[in-house]
Design a binder for this molecule. Structure first.
Ligand code: TTP
Ligand code: MN
Ligand code: MN
Ligand code: MN
Length: 380
Protein backbone atom coordinates (compact mmCIF):
# COMPACT_ATOMS: atom_id res chain seq x y z
CA UNK A 1 0.00 0.00 0.00
CA UNK A 2 2.79 2.42 0.96
CA UNK A 3 4.62 1.67 -2.28
CA UNK A 4 1.42 2.45 -4.13
CA UNK A 5 0.76 5.85 -2.62
CA UNK A 6 3.35 7.65 -4.71
CA UNK A 7 2.29 5.99 -7.94
CA UNK A 8 -0.27 7.30 -10.35
CA UNK A 9 -1.40 4.39 -12.50
CA UNK A 10 -1.21 4.88 -16.27
CA UNK A 11 -4.64 3.38 -16.66
CA UNK A 12 -7.80 3.49 -14.61
CA UNK A 13 -9.88 0.39 -14.15
CA UNK A 14 -13.43 0.96 -12.89
CA UNK A 15 -14.79 -1.37 -10.21
CA UNK A 16 -17.72 -2.88 -12.14
CA UNK A 17 -17.03 -5.05 -15.19
CA UNK A 18 -19.95 -3.38 -17.00
CA UNK A 19 -18.07 -0.07 -16.80
CA UNK A 20 -15.03 -1.54 -18.55
CA UNK A 21 -14.17 -2.50 -22.10
CA UNK A 22 -13.04 -6.11 -22.06
CA UNK A 23 -11.80 -7.39 -25.42
CA UNK A 24 -11.46 -11.05 -26.29
CA UNK A 25 -7.68 -10.86 -26.69
CA UNK A 26 -5.58 -9.29 -24.00
CA UNK A 27 -1.94 -9.47 -22.90
CA UNK A 28 -2.43 -11.06 -19.46
CA UNK A 29 -3.71 -14.53 -20.33
CA UNK A 30 -1.03 -16.21 -18.23
CA UNK A 31 -2.50 -14.61 -15.11
CA UNK A 32 -6.19 -14.75 -15.99
CA UNK A 33 -6.05 -18.44 -16.94
CA UNK A 34 -4.46 -19.22 -13.58
CA UNK A 35 -6.99 -17.16 -11.61
CA UNK A 36 -9.87 -18.73 -13.51
CA UNK A 37 -8.69 -22.23 -12.66
CA UNK A 38 -8.77 -21.24 -8.98
CA UNK A 39 -12.21 -19.72 -9.52
CA UNK A 40 -13.47 -22.87 -11.19
CA UNK A 41 -11.97 -25.06 -8.47
CA UNK A 42 -13.69 -23.00 -5.77
CA UNK A 43 -16.94 -23.42 -7.69
CA UNK A 44 -16.38 -27.19 -7.69
CA UNK A 45 -16.28 -26.97 -3.89
CA UNK A 46 -19.39 -24.80 -3.97
CA UNK A 47 -17.53 -21.84 -2.47
CA UNK A 48 -19.35 -19.17 -4.43
CA UNK A 49 -17.71 -16.24 -2.65
CA UNK A 50 -14.17 -17.47 -3.26
CA UNK A 51 -15.00 -18.41 -6.83
CA UNK A 52 -16.34 -14.93 -7.52
CA UNK A 53 -13.37 -13.22 -5.87
CA UNK A 54 -10.89 -15.03 -8.15
CA UNK A 55 -13.08 -14.38 -11.17
CA UNK A 56 -13.33 -10.68 -10.37
CA UNK A 57 -9.55 -10.43 -10.10
CA UNK A 58 -9.16 -12.20 -13.42
CA UNK A 59 -11.77 -9.98 -15.04
CA UNK A 60 -9.95 -6.81 -13.98
CA UNK A 61 -6.74 -8.12 -15.52
CA UNK A 62 -8.56 -8.87 -18.79
CA UNK A 63 -9.28 -5.16 -19.11
CA UNK A 64 -5.63 -4.11 -18.76
CA UNK A 65 -4.14 -2.77 -21.99
CA UNK A 66 -0.59 -3.82 -21.16
CA UNK A 67 1.11 -6.93 -19.90
CA UNK A 68 1.74 -6.91 -16.16
CA UNK A 69 5.47 -7.02 -15.46
CA UNK A 70 5.64 -6.25 -11.74
CA UNK A 71 3.34 -6.33 -8.74
CA UNK A 72 3.78 -2.55 -8.64
CA UNK A 73 1.52 -2.52 -11.71
CA UNK A 74 -1.27 -3.84 -9.49
CA UNK A 75 -1.36 -0.57 -7.56
CA UNK A 76 -4.71 1.12 -7.77
CA UNK A 77 -6.42 -1.83 -9.41
CA UNK A 78 -9.74 -2.83 -7.85
CA UNK A 79 -10.95 -6.34 -6.92
CA UNK A 80 -7.53 -7.99 -6.72
CA UNK A 81 -7.44 -9.44 -3.24
CA UNK A 82 -4.48 -10.65 -1.23
CA UNK A 83 -4.80 -14.24 -2.38
CA UNK A 84 -4.99 -13.29 -6.05
CA UNK A 85 -2.02 -10.95 -5.62
CA UNK A 86 0.00 -13.80 -4.16
CA UNK A 87 -0.83 -15.98 -7.17
CA UNK A 88 0.10 -13.19 -9.58
CA UNK A 89 3.36 -12.53 -7.74
CA UNK A 90 4.34 -16.17 -7.91
CA UNK A 91 3.65 -16.31 -11.65
CA UNK A 92 5.72 -13.16 -12.16
CA UNK A 93 8.61 -14.72 -10.28
CA UNK A 94 8.43 -18.41 -11.28
CA UNK A 95 6.30 -18.42 -14.40
CA UNK A 96 3.73 -20.66 -12.70
CA UNK A 97 1.68 -20.73 -9.53
CA UNK A 98 2.26 -23.78 -7.32
CA UNK A 99 -1.31 -23.55 -6.07
CA UNK A 100 -2.71 -23.65 -9.61
CA UNK A 101 -0.38 -26.52 -10.53
CA UNK A 102 -1.63 -28.37 -7.45
CA UNK A 103 -5.26 -27.85 -8.45
CA UNK A 104 -4.59 -29.02 -12.02
CA UNK A 105 -2.96 -32.19 -10.67
CA UNK A 106 -5.71 -32.91 -8.15
CA UNK A 107 -8.00 -35.86 -8.70
CA UNK A 108 -10.97 -33.82 -7.56
CA UNK A 109 -10.46 -30.97 -10.05
CA UNK A 110 -9.78 -33.31 -12.96
CA UNK A 111 -12.86 -35.42 -12.25
CA UNK A 112 -15.16 -32.44 -11.64
CA UNK A 113 -13.90 -30.78 -14.82
CA UNK A 114 -14.86 -33.78 -16.96
CA UNK A 115 -18.13 -34.54 -15.16
CA UNK A 116 -19.45 -30.95 -15.21
CA UNK A 117 -18.60 -30.68 -18.91
CA UNK A 118 -21.35 -33.20 -19.66
CA UNK A 119 -24.59 -31.61 -20.89
CA UNK A 120 -27.11 -31.80 -18.04
CA UNK A 121 -24.54 -32.30 -15.29
CA UNK A 122 -24.02 -29.43 -12.87
CA UNK A 123 -21.72 -29.08 -9.88
CA UNK A 124 -24.23 -30.69 -7.50
CA UNK A 125 -24.61 -33.86 -9.56
CA UNK A 126 -20.90 -34.07 -10.34
CA UNK A 127 -20.09 -33.70 -6.64
CA UNK A 128 -22.50 -36.50 -5.71
CA UNK A 129 -21.02 -38.76 -8.36
CA UNK A 130 -17.51 -37.90 -7.21
CA UNK A 131 -18.39 -38.91 -3.66
CA UNK A 132 -19.72 -42.20 -5.06
CA UNK A 133 -16.31 -42.83 -6.58
CA UNK A 134 -17.00 -41.75 -10.14
CA UNK A 135 -13.91 -40.16 -11.64
CA UNK A 136 -14.32 -40.16 -15.38
CA UNK A 137 -16.68 -40.64 -18.25
CA UNK A 138 -16.33 -44.42 -18.32
CA UNK A 139 -17.20 -44.69 -14.60
CA UNK A 140 -20.62 -43.18 -15.27
CA UNK A 141 -21.55 -45.93 -17.68
CA UNK A 142 -20.11 -48.78 -15.60
CA UNK A 143 -21.69 -47.55 -12.35
CA UNK A 144 -25.14 -47.82 -13.91
CA UNK A 145 -26.14 -44.32 -12.76
CA UNK A 146 -29.72 -43.32 -13.35
CA UNK A 147 -29.51 -40.45 -15.82
CA UNK A 148 -31.97 -37.75 -16.76
CA UNK A 149 -33.00 -37.53 -20.42
CA UNK A 150 -30.73 -34.50 -20.75
CA UNK A 151 -27.76 -36.35 -19.24
CA UNK A 152 -28.44 -39.33 -21.49
CA UNK A 153 -28.07 -37.01 -24.48
CA UNK A 154 -24.98 -35.48 -22.86
CA UNK A 155 -23.41 -38.92 -22.50
CA UNK A 156 -24.48 -40.14 -25.91
CA UNK A 157 -23.04 -37.14 -27.76
CA UNK A 158 -20.23 -36.44 -25.30
CA UNK A 159 -17.43 -36.53 -27.86
CA UNK A 160 -19.10 -34.12 -30.30
CA UNK A 161 -20.34 -31.80 -27.55
CA UNK A 162 -16.84 -31.62 -26.05
CA UNK A 163 -15.34 -30.33 -29.27
CA UNK A 164 -15.79 -26.58 -29.71
CA UNK A 165 -18.43 -25.19 -32.05
CA UNK A 166 -16.80 -23.08 -34.78
CA UNK A 167 -18.16 -19.78 -36.04
CA UNK A 168 -18.82 -21.46 -39.39
CA UNK A 169 -20.87 -24.19 -37.70
CA UNK A 170 -22.76 -21.60 -35.67
CA UNK A 171 -23.57 -19.63 -38.82
CA UNK A 172 -24.72 -22.77 -40.60
CA UNK A 173 -27.11 -23.65 -37.76
CA UNK A 174 -28.34 -20.06 -37.61
CA UNK A 175 -29.13 -20.22 -41.35
CA UNK A 176 -31.04 -23.46 -40.88
CA UNK A 177 -33.11 -21.99 -38.05
CA UNK A 178 -33.69 -18.77 -40.06
CA UNK A 179 -35.05 -20.79 -42.98
CA UNK A 180 -37.40 -22.70 -40.69
CA UNK A 181 -38.56 -19.46 -39.05
CA UNK A 182 -39.04 -17.70 -42.41
CA UNK A 183 -41.24 -20.54 -43.62
CA UNK A 184 -43.57 -19.82 -40.70
CA UNK A 185 -43.47 -16.02 -40.66
CA UNK A 186 -41.14 -13.91 -42.79
CA UNK A 187 -41.28 -11.05 -40.30
CA UNK A 188 -39.92 -13.08 -37.38
CA UNK A 189 -36.27 -12.43 -36.60
CA UNK A 190 -33.42 -14.70 -35.45
CA UNK A 191 -30.35 -13.19 -33.78
CA UNK A 192 -27.19 -14.97 -32.74
CA UNK A 193 -26.29 -14.07 -29.15
CA UNK A 194 -23.93 -15.52 -26.52
CA UNK A 195 -20.21 -15.81 -27.14
CA UNK A 196 -20.44 -15.61 -30.92
CA UNK A 197 -22.05 -12.17 -30.69
CA UNK A 198 -19.11 -11.14 -28.50
CA UNK A 199 -16.77 -12.06 -31.34
CA UNK A 200 -15.65 -15.46 -30.08
CA UNK A 201 -14.57 -17.80 -32.85
CA UNK A 202 -15.39 -20.86 -30.83
CA UNK A 203 -18.11 -21.68 -28.35
CA UNK A 204 -19.67 -24.47 -26.36
CA UNK A 205 -23.07 -23.91 -27.98
CA UNK A 206 -25.09 -21.68 -30.29
CA UNK A 207 -27.45 -19.21 -28.61
CA UNK A 208 -30.29 -17.92 -30.79
CA UNK A 209 -32.82 -15.26 -29.83
CA UNK A 210 -36.09 -15.18 -31.72
CA UNK A 211 -38.56 -12.32 -31.79
CA UNK A 212 -41.36 -10.83 -33.86
CA UNK A 213 -41.89 -7.10 -34.62
CA UNK A 214 -45.56 -7.40 -33.67
CA UNK A 215 -46.04 -7.92 -29.93
CA UNK A 216 -47.75 -11.22 -29.19
CA UNK A 217 -46.99 -12.73 -32.59
CA UNK A 218 -43.93 -14.46 -31.12
CA UNK A 219 -46.19 -16.73 -29.07
CA UNK A 220 -46.48 -20.17 -30.58
CA UNK A 221 -43.52 -19.65 -32.90
CA UNK A 222 -41.18 -21.96 -31.01
CA UNK A 223 -43.48 -24.97 -31.19
CA UNK A 224 -43.78 -24.53 -34.96
CA UNK A 225 -40.02 -24.09 -35.39
CA UNK A 226 -39.40 -27.28 -33.43
CA UNK A 227 -41.94 -29.19 -35.50
CA UNK A 228 -40.16 -28.16 -38.70
CA UNK A 229 -36.63 -28.88 -37.42
CA UNK A 230 -37.76 -32.20 -35.96
CA UNK A 231 -39.45 -33.25 -39.21
CA UNK A 232 -36.14 -32.52 -40.97
CA UNK A 233 -34.46 -34.90 -38.52
CA UNK A 234 -32.28 -32.12 -37.13
CA UNK A 235 -33.08 -32.48 -33.45
CA UNK A 236 -31.20 -35.23 -31.65
CA UNK A 237 -32.58 -34.01 -28.33
CA UNK A 238 -34.70 -31.13 -27.15
CA UNK A 239 -36.52 -29.91 -24.11
CA UNK A 240 -38.76 -26.88 -24.08
CA UNK A 241 -39.82 -24.56 -21.29
CA UNK A 242 -42.87 -22.37 -21.41
CA UNK A 243 -42.80 -18.64 -20.96
CA UNK A 244 -43.54 -17.96 -17.29
CA UNK A 245 -43.12 -14.20 -17.42
CA UNK A 246 -46.25 -12.13 -17.16
CA UNK A 247 -46.07 -8.35 -17.41
CA UNK A 248 -45.33 -7.48 -13.79
CA UNK A 249 -47.51 -5.15 -11.80
CA UNK A 250 -45.16 -5.31 -8.88
CA UNK A 251 -41.47 -4.49 -8.66
CA UNK A 252 -39.24 -7.51 -9.21
CA UNK A 253 -38.57 -9.29 -5.94
CA UNK A 254 -35.35 -11.02 -6.92
CA UNK A 255 -33.26 -8.53 -8.84
CA UNK A 256 -30.19 -10.76 -8.78
CA UNK A 257 -31.85 -13.85 -10.18
CA UNK A 258 -29.93 -15.00 -13.24
CA UNK A 259 -32.64 -17.25 -14.55
CA UNK A 260 -35.03 -15.66 -16.95
CA UNK A 261 -38.52 -16.84 -17.78
CA UNK A 262 -38.62 -16.74 -21.56
CA UNK A 263 -40.03 -19.56 -23.61
CA UNK A 264 -37.03 -21.62 -24.67
CA UNK A 265 -35.65 -24.81 -26.03
CA UNK A 266 -32.41 -26.48 -24.97
CA UNK A 267 -31.43 -28.79 -27.79
CA UNK A 268 -28.81 -30.94 -29.42
CA UNK A 269 -28.72 -30.31 -33.16
CA UNK A 270 -27.65 -32.71 -35.84
CA UNK A 271 -25.40 -30.57 -37.98
CA UNK A 272 -24.47 -32.04 -41.36
CA UNK A 273 -20.89 -31.41 -42.26
CA UNK A 274 -19.27 -31.15 -45.64
CA UNK A 275 -17.57 -34.47 -46.48
CA UNK A 276 -14.09 -33.22 -45.59
CA UNK A 277 -14.34 -31.32 -42.35
CA UNK A 278 -12.89 -27.92 -43.04
CA UNK A 279 -10.01 -29.19 -45.14
CA UNK A 280 -9.67 -28.94 -48.87
CA UNK A 281 -8.04 -32.35 -49.17
CA UNK A 282 -9.07 -34.22 -52.28
CA UNK A 283 -10.44 -37.74 -51.99
CA UNK A 284 -7.61 -40.24 -52.06
CA UNK A 285 -7.09 -43.84 -51.09
CA UNK A 286 -5.96 -42.71 -47.65
CA UNK A 287 -9.16 -40.76 -46.98
CA UNK A 288 -10.94 -42.59 -44.17
CA UNK A 289 -14.09 -44.24 -45.42
CA UNK A 290 -16.36 -42.54 -42.90
CA UNK A 291 -15.20 -39.15 -44.18
CA UNK A 292 -16.17 -40.04 -47.72
CA UNK A 293 -19.74 -40.78 -46.79
CA UNK A 294 -21.79 -37.60 -46.72
CA UNK A 295 -24.82 -39.30 -45.23
CA UNK A 296 -23.10 -40.20 -41.97
CA UNK A 297 -20.97 -37.10 -41.64
CA UNK A 298 -22.61 -35.00 -39.00
CA UNK A 299 -21.84 -33.50 -35.63
CA UNK A 300 -23.97 -33.00 -32.53
CA UNK A 301 -24.09 -29.33 -31.46
CA UNK A 302 -25.77 -27.76 -28.44
CA UNK A 303 -28.25 -25.07 -29.44
CA UNK A 304 -30.29 -22.79 -27.18
CA UNK A 305 -33.39 -21.19 -28.69
CA UNK A 306 -35.02 -18.36 -26.76
CA UNK A 307 -38.15 -16.43 -27.67
CA UNK A 308 -38.76 -12.86 -26.57
CA UNK A 309 -41.69 -10.52 -27.17
CA UNK A 310 -40.42 -7.42 -29.01
CA UNK A 311 -41.15 -5.18 -25.99
CA UNK A 312 -38.52 -7.15 -24.01
CA UNK A 313 -36.17 -7.81 -26.92
CA UNK A 314 -33.45 -5.28 -26.02
CA UNK A 315 -33.29 -6.67 -22.47
CA UNK A 316 -33.27 -10.24 -23.75
CA UNK A 317 -30.49 -9.43 -26.24
CA UNK A 318 -28.39 -7.75 -23.55
CA UNK A 319 -29.05 -10.62 -21.13
CA UNK A 320 -28.20 -13.38 -23.58
CA UNK A 321 -25.07 -11.79 -25.03
CA UNK A 322 -23.07 -12.23 -21.82
CA UNK A 323 -20.47 -12.77 -20.71
CA UNK A 324 -22.00 -14.25 -17.62
CA UNK A 325 -19.75 -12.07 -15.48
CA UNK A 326 -20.65 -8.96 -17.48
CA UNK A 327 -24.34 -9.73 -16.87
CA UNK A 328 -23.81 -10.35 -13.18
CA UNK A 329 -21.98 -7.05 -12.88
CA UNK A 330 -24.67 -5.15 -14.78
CA UNK A 331 -27.27 -6.40 -12.33
CA UNK A 332 -25.04 -5.65 -9.35
CA UNK A 333 -24.33 -2.15 -10.68
CA UNK A 334 -28.03 -1.48 -11.29
CA UNK A 335 -28.95 -2.63 -7.78
CA UNK A 336 -26.13 -1.15 -5.72
CA UNK A 337 -25.38 2.05 -7.61
CA UNK A 338 -28.69 3.01 -9.21
CA UNK A 339 -31.39 1.47 -7.03
CA UNK A 340 -32.67 -0.31 -10.07
CA UNK A 341 -33.45 -3.96 -10.73
CA UNK A 342 -32.29 -5.43 -14.02
CA UNK A 343 -33.02 -8.80 -15.57
CA UNK A 344 -33.39 -10.17 -19.09
CA UNK A 345 -36.99 -8.91 -19.27
CA UNK A 346 -36.98 -5.41 -17.86
CA UNK A 347 -35.36 -2.64 -15.85
CA UNK A 348 -37.18 -1.33 -12.81
CA UNK A 349 -36.35 2.00 -11.21
CA UNK A 350 -36.96 1.71 -7.45
CA UNK A 351 -36.72 5.45 -6.92
CA UNK A 352 -39.21 6.44 -9.61
CA UNK A 353 -41.22 3.24 -9.04
CA UNK A 354 -41.46 2.51 -12.73
CA UNK A 355 -40.31 0.16 -15.44
CA UNK A 356 -37.99 1.76 -17.97
CA UNK A 357 -38.68 0.63 -21.49
CA UNK A 358 -35.96 0.28 -24.11
CA UNK A 359 -35.89 -0.80 -27.72
CA UNK A 360 -32.11 -0.95 -28.05
CA UNK A 361 -29.19 -2.01 -25.85
CA UNK A 362 -27.88 1.57 -26.10
CA UNK A 363 -31.03 2.81 -24.34
CA UNK A 364 -30.53 0.34 -21.49
CA UNK A 365 -26.95 1.51 -20.90
CA UNK A 366 -28.26 5.10 -21.00
CA UNK A 367 -30.97 4.29 -18.42
CA UNK A 368 -28.21 2.93 -16.19
CA UNK A 369 -26.00 5.97 -16.76
CA UNK A 370 -23.30 3.76 -18.26
CA UNK A 371 -21.28 4.40 -21.40
CA UNK A 372 -22.31 1.92 -24.11
CA UNK A 373 -20.08 -1.13 -24.26
CA UNK A 374 -20.39 -2.97 -27.58
CA UNK A 375 -20.74 -6.79 -27.54
CA UNK A 376 -17.10 -7.39 -28.58
CA UNK A 377 -15.97 -5.58 -25.43
CA UNK A 378 -18.23 -7.50 -23.02
CA UNK A 379 -15.81 -10.41 -22.64
CA UNK A 380 -15.47 -9.76 -18.91
P1 TTP B 1 -23.72 -19.49 -22.49
O1 TTP B 1 -24.15 -20.06 -23.78
O2 TTP B 1 -23.69 -20.42 -21.33
O3 TTP B 1 -22.27 -18.83 -22.56
P2 TTP B 1 -21.50 -18.06 -23.72
O4 TTP B 1 -22.30 -18.06 -24.98
O5 TTP B 1 -21.12 -16.74 -23.18
O6 TTP B 1 -20.18 -18.90 -23.90
P3 TTP B 1 -19.98 -20.26 -24.72
O7 TTP B 1 -19.14 -19.89 -25.89
O8 TTP B 1 -19.27 -21.16 -23.79
O9 TTP B 1 -21.32 -20.79 -25.11
O10 TTP B 1 -24.68 -18.31 -22.06
C1 TTP B 1 -24.93 -17.19 -22.89
C2 TTP B 1 -25.65 -16.14 -22.12
O11 TTP B 1 -26.98 -16.54 -21.87
C3 TTP B 1 -25.02 -15.87 -20.77
O12 TTP B 1 -24.64 -14.52 -20.68
C4 TTP B 1 -26.09 -16.09 -19.77
C5 TTP B 1 -27.35 -16.13 -20.59
N1 TTP B 1 -28.35 -17.05 -20.03
C6 TTP B 1 -29.49 -16.51 -19.50
O13 TTP B 1 -29.67 -15.29 -19.53
N2 TTP B 1 -30.42 -17.33 -18.96
C7 TTP B 1 -30.26 -18.65 -18.91
O14 TTP B 1 -31.14 -19.36 -18.40
C8 TTP B 1 -29.04 -19.23 -19.47
C9 TTP B 1 -28.80 -20.69 -19.45
C10 TTP B 1 -28.12 -18.38 -20.02
MN1 MN C 1 -23.16 -19.86 -25.69
MN1 MN D 1 -17.47 -12.87 -35.53
MN1 MN E 1 -26.15 -21.18 -24.09
Amino acid sequence: KAACASLTPDYMVPVYACQRRTPLQHPNRLFTDALEILSENAEFFESEGRSLAFYKASSVMKALPIRLTSTVDLCGLPCIGEHSQRVIKEILEDGVSSEVEGVLQSERYQAMKVLTSIFGVGVKTADRWYREGIRNFGDILSSGQKLTKEQEAGVKYFKDLSSPVTEEEANSITDTVRKAVASIDTRAKVTITGGFRRGKQRGHDVDLLITHPEEGKEAGLLAQIITILDSQGLLLYYKTKENTYTAPREPPVKPHSTLDRFERCFSVFKLSLPPFRGSQEPVSLSTPLDKTCIATDWKAVRVDLVVSPCSQYAYALLGWTGSQHFERELRRFAGSEKQMALNSHALYDRKQNEFLSASTEEEIFAHLGLPFIPPHERNA
